[in-house]
Design a protein around this ligand. Structure first.
Ligand code: WQD
Length: 321
Protein backbone atom coordinates (compact mmCIF):
# COMPACT_ATOMS: atom_id res chain seq x y z
CA UNK A 1 0.00 0.00 0.00
CA UNK A 2 0.97 3.60 -0.46
CA UNK A 3 0.78 5.35 2.89
CA UNK A 4 1.20 8.98 3.92
CA UNK A 5 2.63 9.20 7.43
CA UNK A 6 1.86 12.68 8.71
CA UNK A 7 4.21 13.43 11.58
CA UNK A 8 6.50 10.66 10.37
CA UNK A 9 9.68 12.47 11.46
CA UNK A 10 8.52 12.55 15.07
CA UNK A 11 9.14 10.22 17.98
CA UNK A 12 6.30 7.77 17.38
CA UNK A 13 5.86 8.56 13.67
CA UNK A 14 9.42 7.54 12.82
CA UNK A 15 8.87 4.13 14.39
CA UNK A 16 5.55 3.76 12.55
CA UNK A 17 7.14 4.67 9.20
CA UNK A 18 9.88 2.06 9.73
CA UNK A 19 7.37 -0.64 10.64
CA UNK A 20 5.20 0.19 7.63
CA UNK A 21 8.24 -0.12 5.32
CA UNK A 22 9.19 -3.44 6.94
CA UNK A 23 5.67 -4.66 6.15
CA UNK A 24 6.26 -3.80 2.50
CA UNK A 25 4.35 -0.53 2.24
CA UNK A 26 5.50 2.51 0.28
CA UNK A 27 5.96 5.48 2.62
CA UNK A 28 5.79 9.21 2.16
CA UNK A 29 6.44 11.27 5.29
CA UNK A 30 4.71 14.65 5.65
CA UNK A 31 6.11 16.66 8.57
CA UNK A 32 6.75 20.32 9.42
CA UNK A 33 9.77 19.38 11.58
CA UNK A 34 8.40 21.37 14.55
CA UNK A 35 8.93 18.40 16.90
CA UNK A 36 10.30 15.93 14.39
CA UNK A 37 13.80 15.90 12.98
CA UNK A 38 15.41 14.97 9.66
CA UNK A 39 17.50 12.55 11.67
CA UNK A 40 14.33 10.43 11.93
CA UNK A 41 13.94 10.06 8.16
CA UNK A 42 15.08 6.80 6.60
CA UNK A 43 16.30 5.49 3.31
CA UNK A 44 13.40 4.38 1.17
CA UNK A 45 11.02 7.10 2.37
CA UNK A 46 10.06 10.19 0.43
CA UNK A 47 9.86 13.33 2.56
CA UNK A 48 7.51 16.25 2.02
CA UNK A 49 8.13 19.18 4.35
CA UNK A 50 4.72 20.60 5.07
CA UNK A 51 2.35 21.76 7.76
CA UNK A 52 -1.15 20.38 8.33
CA UNK A 53 -2.32 23.99 8.63
CA UNK A 54 -1.24 24.55 5.01
CA UNK A 55 -4.39 23.18 3.40
CA UNK A 56 -3.26 23.57 -0.21
CA UNK A 57 0.02 21.76 0.34
CA UNK A 58 -1.72 19.01 2.25
CA UNK A 59 -4.42 18.54 -0.38
CA UNK A 60 -1.81 18.67 -3.15
CA UNK A 61 0.15 15.90 -1.44
CA UNK A 62 -2.91 13.74 -0.80
CA UNK A 63 -4.01 14.24 -4.42
CA UNK A 64 -0.99 12.12 -5.43
CA UNK A 65 -3.08 9.15 -4.29
CA UNK A 66 -2.79 7.05 -1.14
CA UNK A 67 -4.34 3.87 0.18
CA UNK A 68 -4.22 5.26 3.67
CA UNK A 69 -3.05 8.03 5.97
CA UNK A 70 -1.49 7.72 9.41
CA UNK A 71 -1.81 10.92 11.41
CA UNK A 72 0.64 11.50 14.27
CA UNK A 73 1.22 15.24 13.85
CA UNK A 74 -0.18 16.49 17.14
CA UNK A 75 1.09 18.34 20.17
CA UNK A 76 0.95 15.99 23.14
CA UNK A 77 1.86 17.79 26.35
CA UNK A 78 -1.27 17.57 28.48
CA UNK A 79 -0.06 20.18 30.99
CA UNK A 80 0.83 22.69 28.29
CA UNK A 81 -2.60 22.23 26.68
CA UNK A 82 -4.20 23.68 29.83
CA UNK A 83 -2.06 26.84 29.57
CA UNK A 84 -2.09 27.23 25.78
CA UNK A 85 -5.37 25.75 24.50
CA UNK A 86 -5.13 27.95 21.39
CA UNK A 87 -2.03 26.07 20.24
CA UNK A 88 -3.83 22.72 20.67
CA UNK A 89 -7.05 23.95 19.09
CA UNK A 90 -5.19 25.24 16.04
CA UNK A 91 -2.98 22.25 15.40
CA UNK A 92 -4.76 19.25 16.92
CA UNK A 93 -8.29 20.31 15.97
CA UNK A 94 -8.04 22.61 12.90
CA UNK A 95 -5.01 20.78 11.50
CA UNK A 96 -6.72 17.39 11.80
CA UNK A 97 -9.93 18.72 10.27
CA UNK A 98 -7.76 19.87 7.35
CA UNK A 99 -6.46 16.34 6.95
CA UNK A 100 -9.92 14.81 7.04
CA UNK A 101 -11.36 17.37 4.60
CA UNK A 102 -8.42 16.98 2.23
CA UNK A 103 -8.92 13.19 2.36
CA UNK A 104 -12.57 13.65 1.56
CA UNK A 105 -11.77 15.99 -1.35
CA UNK A 106 -9.16 13.67 -2.81
CA UNK A 107 -11.09 10.44 -2.23
CA UNK A 108 -8.77 8.86 0.34
CA UNK A 109 -10.69 6.32 2.37
CA UNK A 110 -8.62 5.25 5.38
CA UNK A 111 -6.93 6.94 8.33
CA UNK A 112 -5.13 5.64 11.38
CA UNK A 113 -5.43 8.32 14.05
CA UNK A 114 -3.25 8.64 17.16
CA UNK A 115 -5.70 9.00 20.01
CA UNK A 116 -4.90 8.75 23.67
CA UNK A 117 -5.88 7.28 27.01
CA UNK A 118 -6.30 10.95 27.95
CA UNK A 119 -9.83 10.71 26.48
CA UNK A 120 -10.89 8.74 29.58
CA UNK A 121 -9.84 11.24 32.25
CA UNK A 122 -9.68 10.04 35.85
CA UNK A 123 -10.29 6.29 35.69
CA UNK A 124 -13.52 5.12 37.34
CA UNK A 125 -12.13 1.56 37.25
CA UNK A 126 -8.98 -0.22 36.06
CA UNK A 127 -8.10 -1.85 33.76
CA UNK A 128 -9.71 0.73 31.51
CA UNK A 129 -11.53 -0.79 28.55
CA UNK A 130 -13.07 1.03 25.58
CA UNK A 131 -16.50 1.07 27.27
CA UNK A 132 -15.12 3.25 30.07
CA UNK A 133 -16.79 6.70 30.05
CA UNK A 134 -14.85 9.42 28.25
CA UNK A 135 -14.34 12.56 30.34
CA UNK A 136 -11.00 14.21 29.47
CA UNK A 137 -9.37 16.11 32.32
CA UNK A 138 -7.18 18.20 30.05
CA UNK A 139 -7.64 20.09 26.81
CA UNK A 140 -5.24 17.78 24.99
CA UNK A 141 -7.49 14.78 25.75
CA UNK A 142 -10.51 16.83 24.67
CA UNK A 143 -8.93 17.47 21.23
CA UNK A 144 -8.37 13.72 20.76
CA UNK A 145 -11.94 12.83 21.72
CA UNK A 146 -13.39 15.58 19.54
CA UNK A 147 -11.50 14.28 16.51
CA UNK A 148 -12.72 10.75 17.21
CA UNK A 149 -16.27 12.12 17.11
CA UNK A 150 -15.67 13.97 13.84
CA UNK A 151 -14.17 10.83 12.36
CA UNK A 152 -17.31 8.89 13.31
CA UNK A 153 -19.39 11.44 11.35
CA UNK A 154 -17.14 11.26 8.28
CA UNK A 155 -17.33 7.49 8.43
CA UNK A 156 -21.10 7.78 8.28
CA UNK A 157 -21.35 10.67 5.80
CA UNK A 158 -18.33 10.15 3.57
CA UNK A 159 -17.39 6.49 3.96
CA UNK A 160 -13.96 7.34 5.37
CA UNK A 161 -12.87 4.48 7.62
CA UNK A 162 -10.74 5.24 10.67
CA UNK A 163 -8.85 3.44 13.39
CA UNK A 164 -8.50 5.58 16.51
CA UNK A 165 -5.67 4.10 18.55
CA UNK A 166 -5.88 5.15 22.17
CA UNK A 167 -2.27 4.93 23.28
CA UNK A 168 -1.48 4.60 26.95
CA UNK A 169 2.04 5.79 27.93
CA UNK A 170 4.25 5.50 24.85
CA UNK A 171 7.89 4.85 25.76
CA UNK A 172 11.15 3.24 24.62
CA UNK A 173 13.09 3.44 21.36
CA UNK A 174 13.48 1.13 18.39
CA UNK A 175 14.84 -2.18 19.71
CA UNK A 176 17.07 -2.41 16.61
CA UNK A 177 18.56 1.03 17.30
CA UNK A 178 17.50 2.64 14.03
CA UNK A 179 15.78 5.71 15.53
CA UNK A 180 18.28 8.13 17.07
CA UNK A 181 16.48 11.48 17.23
CA UNK A 182 15.96 12.73 20.78
CA UNK A 183 12.78 14.51 21.80
CA UNK A 184 13.31 18.16 22.61
CA UNK A 185 12.39 19.27 26.15
CA UNK A 186 10.66 16.04 27.13
CA UNK A 187 8.21 16.06 30.05
CA UNK A 188 7.40 12.34 30.15
CA UNK A 189 8.88 10.12 32.81
CA UNK A 190 11.24 7.84 30.88
CA UNK A 191 12.97 10.49 28.72
CA UNK A 192 13.35 12.66 31.83
CA UNK A 193 15.00 9.77 33.68
CA UNK A 194 17.26 9.17 30.66
CA UNK A 195 18.28 12.83 30.57
CA UNK A 196 19.23 12.66 34.26
CA UNK A 197 21.19 9.45 33.68
CA UNK A 198 23.02 11.07 30.74
CA UNK A 199 23.88 14.17 32.79
CA UNK A 200 21.60 16.42 30.73
CA UNK A 201 19.53 17.45 33.75
CA UNK A 202 20.37 17.34 37.45
CA UNK A 203 17.63 15.19 38.97
CA UNK A 204 14.31 13.47 38.60
CA UNK A 205 11.44 15.11 40.44
CA UNK A 206 9.06 12.36 41.55
CA UNK A 207 5.57 13.83 41.53
CA UNK A 208 3.94 12.27 44.59
CA UNK A 209 4.79 9.31 46.80
CA UNK A 210 1.58 9.15 48.78
CA UNK A 211 -0.70 7.54 46.20
CA UNK A 212 -2.61 4.37 47.13
CA UNK A 213 -0.25 2.22 45.03
CA UNK A 214 2.32 -0.47 45.90
CA UNK A 215 5.11 2.05 46.62
CA UNK A 216 3.13 5.31 46.76
CA UNK A 217 4.16 6.56 43.31
CA UNK A 218 2.00 6.80 40.20
CA UNK A 219 1.35 3.64 38.19
CA UNK A 220 1.02 3.75 34.40
CA UNK A 221 0.74 1.39 31.49
CA UNK A 222 3.91 1.92 29.44
CA UNK A 223 3.73 0.60 25.93
CA UNK A 224 6.83 0.31 23.76
CA UNK A 225 6.88 2.36 20.52
CA UNK A 226 7.75 -0.72 18.46
CA UNK A 227 4.57 -2.32 19.81
CA UNK A 228 2.57 0.81 18.97
CA UNK A 229 4.07 0.85 15.49
CA UNK A 230 3.04 -2.76 14.84
CA UNK A 231 -0.54 -1.89 15.81
CA UNK A 232 -0.68 0.87 13.16
CA UNK A 233 0.22 -1.59 10.44
CA UNK A 234 -2.34 -4.10 11.73
CA UNK A 235 -5.03 -1.39 11.93
CA UNK A 236 -4.47 -0.18 8.37
CA UNK A 237 -4.42 -3.70 6.96
CA UNK A 238 -7.58 -4.55 8.91
CA UNK A 239 -9.45 -1.58 7.45
CA UNK A 240 -8.64 -2.82 3.95
CA UNK A 241 -9.83 -6.31 4.84
CA UNK A 242 -13.01 -5.46 6.77
CA UNK A 243 -13.96 -1.96 5.58
CA UNK A 244 -14.73 -1.17 9.24
CA UNK A 245 -13.70 1.60 11.60
CA UNK A 246 -12.31 0.85 15.05
CA UNK A 247 -11.65 2.60 18.35
CA UNK A 248 -9.18 0.65 20.42
CA UNK A 249 -6.85 0.88 23.44
CA UNK A 250 -3.16 0.13 23.05
CA UNK A 251 -1.52 -0.76 26.33
CA UNK A 252 0.63 -3.49 27.78
CA UNK A 253 -1.92 -4.25 30.54
CA UNK A 254 0.94 -4.07 33.06
CA UNK A 255 1.27 -1.29 35.59
CA UNK A 256 4.70 0.14 36.42
CA UNK A 257 5.29 2.68 39.18
CA UNK A 258 7.64 5.65 38.94
CA UNK A 259 10.01 3.99 41.42
CA UNK A 260 9.99 0.69 39.54
CA UNK A 261 11.11 2.48 36.39
CA UNK A 262 13.67 4.54 38.29
CA UNK A 263 15.16 1.43 39.92
CA UNK A 264 15.31 -0.38 36.59
CA UNK A 265 17.02 2.65 35.05
CA UNK A 266 19.63 2.78 37.85
CA UNK A 267 20.31 -0.93 37.44
CA UNK A 268 20.50 -0.93 33.64
CA UNK A 269 22.47 2.29 33.17
CA UNK A 270 24.76 1.93 36.18
CA UNK A 271 24.20 5.65 36.84
CA UNK A 272 23.11 7.12 40.18
CA UNK A 273 20.09 9.08 38.80
CA UNK A 274 19.39 11.44 41.72
CA UNK A 275 15.70 11.86 42.53
CA UNK A 276 13.75 14.11 44.89
CA UNK A 277 10.26 13.49 46.20
CA UNK A 278 7.83 16.28 45.48
CA UNK A 279 4.11 16.90 45.81
CA UNK A 280 1.56 15.39 43.43
CA UNK A 281 1.26 16.92 39.98
CA UNK A 282 -2.27 18.27 39.53
CA UNK A 283 -4.51 16.10 37.37
CA UNK A 284 -2.43 12.91 37.77
CA UNK A 285 -4.45 9.76 38.52
CA UNK A 286 -2.92 7.23 40.92
CA UNK A 287 -3.16 4.31 38.55
CA UNK A 288 -3.95 4.05 34.86
CA UNK A 289 -3.76 0.65 33.20
CA UNK A 290 -5.32 -0.54 29.94
CA UNK A 291 -7.39 -3.47 29.03
CA UNK A 292 -6.15 -4.44 25.56
CA UNK A 293 -8.51 -7.34 25.03
CA UNK A 294 -10.15 -5.59 22.07
CA UNK A 295 -6.79 -4.97 20.34
CA UNK A 296 -6.00 -8.68 20.69
CA UNK A 297 -9.36 -9.62 19.25
CA UNK A 298 -9.57 -7.11 16.39
CA UNK A 299 -5.92 -6.62 15.48
CA UNK A 300 -4.32 -9.82 16.75
CA UNK A 301 -2.09 -7.41 18.67
CA UNK A 302 -0.28 -7.85 21.94
CA UNK A 303 2.60 -5.87 23.42
CA UNK A 304 5.90 -7.76 23.03
CA UNK A 305 8.55 -5.20 23.95
CA UNK A 306 6.81 -3.37 26.79
CA UNK A 307 8.57 -4.98 29.76
CA UNK A 308 10.49 -2.55 31.94
CA UNK A 309 13.95 -3.77 30.92
CA UNK A 310 13.28 -3.39 27.19
CA UNK A 311 11.65 0.01 27.68
CA UNK A 312 14.63 1.32 29.63
CA UNK A 313 17.48 -0.33 27.74
CA UNK A 314 16.15 0.61 24.28
CA UNK A 315 15.96 4.24 25.47
CA UNK A 316 19.39 4.16 27.06
CA UNK A 317 20.81 2.96 23.76
CA UNK A 318 19.90 6.38 22.37
CA UNK A 319 20.61 8.58 25.41
CA UNK A 320 23.84 7.02 26.68
CA UNK A 321 26.82 9.40 26.59
C1 WQD B 1 4.09 9.25 34.13
C2 WQD B 1 4.24 9.12 35.64
C3 WQD B 1 3.99 11.21 36.77
C4 WQD B 1 7.56 13.10 35.00
C5 WQD B 1 1.00 11.92 29.75
C6 WQD B 1 -0.20 12.62 29.19
C7 WQD B 1 -1.04 11.65 28.47
C8 WQD B 1 -0.25 10.85 27.45
C9 WQD B 1 1.00 10.28 28.01
C10 WQD B 1 -0.12 11.51 25.17
C11 WQD B 1 3.23 9.93 36.43
C12 WQD B 1 5.40 10.71 36.93
C13 WQD B 1 6.55 12.19 35.34
C14 WQD B 1 8.46 13.52 36.00
C15 WQD B 1 7.34 12.09 37.59
N1 WQD B 1 0.20 11.70 26.38
N2 WQD B 1 6.44 11.69 36.61
N3 WQD B 1 8.32 13.00 37.27
O1 WQD B 1 1.06 12.02 32.84
O2 WQD B 1 0.82 9.51 32.66
O3 WQD B 1 0.59 10.91 30.66
O4 WQD B 1 1.71 11.30 28.69
O5 WQD B 1 -1.08 10.89 24.75
O6 WQD B 1 -2.05 12.35 27.85
O7 WQD B 1 -0.93 13.21 30.23
O8 WQD B 1 2.80 10.60 31.60
O9 WQD B 1 5.26 10.47 31.57
O10 WQD B 1 4.16 12.62 32.30
O11 WQD B 1 4.04 10.62 33.78
O12 WQD B 1 7.25 11.67 38.74
O13 WQD B 1 9.36 14.35 35.77
O14 WQD B 1 5.53 9.66 36.00
O15 WQD B 1 3.54 11.85 37.92
O16 WQD B 1 2.94 9.20 37.59
P1 WQD B 1 1.28 10.79 32.07
P2 WQD B 1 4.13 11.14 32.27
Amino acid sequence: MRVLVIGGAGYIGSHVALEMMEAGHEIVVYDNLSSGTKQNLFEGERFVEGDILDYERLRGTLAEGYDGVVHLAAFKAAGESMLAPEKYARNNLSGTINIINAMSETGIQRIVFSSSAAVYGEPAYVPVDEAHPTAPENFYGFTKLEIERILAWYDRLKGIRYSALRYFNAAGYDVRGRVRGLERNPANLLPVIMEVAAGMRPELRVFGNDYPTNDGTGVRDYVHVNDLAAAHVAALERMVRTDESLVVNLGSEAGLSVLEILEAARRLTGRAIPATMEGRRPGDPARLVASSTLAAEKLGWKAKFSDVDTLVSSSWGVYER
